[in-house]
Design a protein around this ligand. Structure first.
Ligand SMILES: Cc1cc2nc3c(=O)[nH]c(=O)nc-3n(C[C@H](O)[C@H](O)[C@H](O)COP(=O)(O)O)c2cc1C
Length: 380
C-alpha cells in the first residue's frame, strides 16, 4: 500500500501493520500476549494466533511440570511462556508457619476486626494452601529448575531482574523476558541480554510502578531500540485502539492481563467474573494493603479499612499478603461478591462481555486494523 502526504512525499506502508518484530521472533500471527493464570485461556489464545504466558509463581515445581505438559499436548508445537516472580530482595527462607508467627498482634487484631465487621467467612482450605508465603529464593529457584528441565520456550520474570539466569536459559534455547516499570530497569536488563522487555505502566493490574503506560512505553522503546530488543506495552490494554496506540508508541506488541479475566475459558468463579464485567477504571485501586507491594486491584472493604485512621502500618512483603490471604480466600470460597477483590487494570471498563478468548483476540485485532485503515483512508 502507498500512502501520500500533503507535502507530496509518498511512503511505502507495510501491508500488515500488526506483523511486528515480535511475530517474527515467536512465529505468531498477532502481536498480542496474554498473561494468565488459567491454562485453558493460554491454550485458546495460542491456538488463535496470539501468544500466552502462564503465571506459575504460586505453584509447586510438580504442578508447573504438569501444566507445561498439559499445554504442550494442546498447542501442536507452538511456543508459550511461563512467568515466575523472582524478587531481588526476599526474606530468608522460612516456613508458612514461621512467617505467620511474625505477624504482629496489632495487625492480627485489626484483621479480626475487619472479619467481624463484614462477617468474612473462614477459608475452606488450610493456610499453607492459600497463603502466599512463597517469596523466597529457594522456592523460586526450584520452580525455575523445572522450566530449564522442560526447556519452555519463554521464561518471563514478573518481579526482579532475570539477569542471573540468562546464560543458562540462552544455552538451552530459552528466551528470557523481563517486566519493568522504569526505563533504568529496562537498560540494565537489556545490557544483561534480556530478549524482550515488557514496559508495564501504572494503569496495569497487579504489582506495578507509578509511571503511566503512555509515558513508560516510549521511554523503554528509546532504550531498547538501539539494541534491537522488542518492547511489549502493558497496562490498560483492553481494546484494539490500545493495541494500535501501543504500536504507534514503538512497541512490538502488547502484554495483557485484565482482558482475559472474564473470558469464557477463564477459571475464575462466576460472581467474580460478574464483578469484573461490571467494574470501571474507577473501581480499581492502587494500594499496598493486599501484598505490601503497590498493586492495582478492584476495590473492596479490605482496602477501605486499611485506609482508615485506626489501621496499623501496612506490613512488608510477604507478611501483608499472608495477613490478607484469609480474607481473600474466604470471599472466594463463599462467593461473597461484596468482599471479593482481584487484580485488574484501568482498562477493565472495556471488558463488558464474557466472550471466548478466540473472539477477544479477533475483536482486538479487527479494531486495531480499523484504526490503521482509518489513518490510511483517502476519504477525509
Ligand atoms: C489476576 C492477575 C494476576 C497477575 N499476577 C501476575 C503475576 O503473578 N506475575 C506477573 O508477572 N504479573 C502478574 N500480573 C500482571 C500482568 O502480568 C500484566 O502485567 C498486567 O495484567 C497488565 O495490565 P492489564 O491487566 O491492564 O492488561 C497479574 C495480572 C492479573 C490481572
Amino acid at each position: 500500500m502507498v500512502f501520500s502526504c500533503s507535502i507530496g512525499a509518498t511512503f511505502e506502508v507495510m501491508s500488515d501493520p500488526l506483523h511486528t518484530q515480535l511475530c517474527d521472533k515467536l512465529g505468531i500471527e498477532y502481536p498480542v500476549v496474554a498473561f494468565t493464570h488459567c491454562k485453558d485461556v493460554a491454550v485458546a489464545v495460542i491456538n488463535a494466533g496470539g501468544f500466552a504466558v502462564l503465571g506459575e509463581a504460586m505453584h509447586t515445581p510438580d504442578q508447573i511440570a504438569a501444566e507445561v505438559k498439559w499445554i504442550r499436548d494442546r498447542v501442536g508445537g507452538k511456543p508459550f511462556g511461563i512467568d515466575l516472580v523472582l524478587p531481588a530482595s526476599v526474606p530468608e527462607e522460612k516456613t508458612v508457619e514461621e512467617l505467620l508467627a511474625m505477624i504482629p498482634q496489632e495487625h492480627r487484631d485489626f484483621e479480626q476486626l475487619i472479619k467481624k465487621k463484614y462477617d468474612v467467612p473462614a477459608p475452606k482450605t488450610a493456610p499453607e494452601l492459600h497463603t502466599w508465603g512463597g517469596l523466597d529464593q529457594k522456592r523460586a529457584l526450584a520452580q525455575l529448575e523445572v522450566l530449564f528441565d522442560e526447556k519452555v520456550p519463554v521464561i518471563a520474570s514478573g518481579l526482579g531482574s532475570p539477569a542471573f539466569m540468562l546464560d543458562r536459559a540462552h544455552g538451552l534455547g530459552i528466551q528470557v523476558w523481563g517486566l519493568v516499570g522504569k526505563a533504568r530497569q529496562a537498560k540494565k536488563q537489556i545490557d544483561a541480554g534480556t530478549d524482550v522487555i515488557i514496559a508495564q505502566g501504572y494503569d496495569a493490574a497487579g504489582h506495578t510502578g507509578n509511571i503511566g503506560t503512555f509515558s513508560i512505553v516510549p521511554q523503554v522503546v528509546d532504550v531498547a531500540r538501539p539494541a534491537g530488543v522488542p518492547v511489549l506495552a502493558a497496562g490498560g490494554v483492553t481494546t484494539g485502539r490500545h493495541l494500535a496506540a501501543a504500536l504507534a508508541l514503538g512497541a512490538a506488541g502488547v502484554w495483557t492481563g485484565s482482558l482475559w479475566l472474564a473470558s469464557r475459558e477463564s477459571d475464575l468463579n462466576l460472581p467474580l467474573k460478574e464483578l469484573l464485567l461490571e467494574a470501571t477504571a474507577e473501581d480499581t485501586v492502587y494500594s499496598n494493603a493486599i501484598s505490601g507491594y503497590t498493586m492495582r486491584t478492584t476495590r473492596c472493604p479490605w482496602h477501605n479499612e486499611w485506609r482508615s485512621e485506626e489501621a496499623p502500618e501496612v506490613l512488608k512483603p510477604p507478611l501483608q499478603m499472608m495477613l490478607s490471604s484469609d480474607y481473600i480466600q474466604g470471599s472466594l470460597d463463599y462467593q461473597r461478591k461484596d468482599l471479593m477483590t482481584e487484580a485488574a487494570g484501568q482498562g477493565i471498563g472495556y471488558v463488558t462481555e464474557m466472550k471466548p478468548a478466540r473472539q477477544i483476540l479477533s475483536d482486538i485485532v479487527e479494531e486495531a486494523l480499523d484504526v490503521f485503515d482509518g489513518f490510511l483512508s483517502d476519504d477525509d
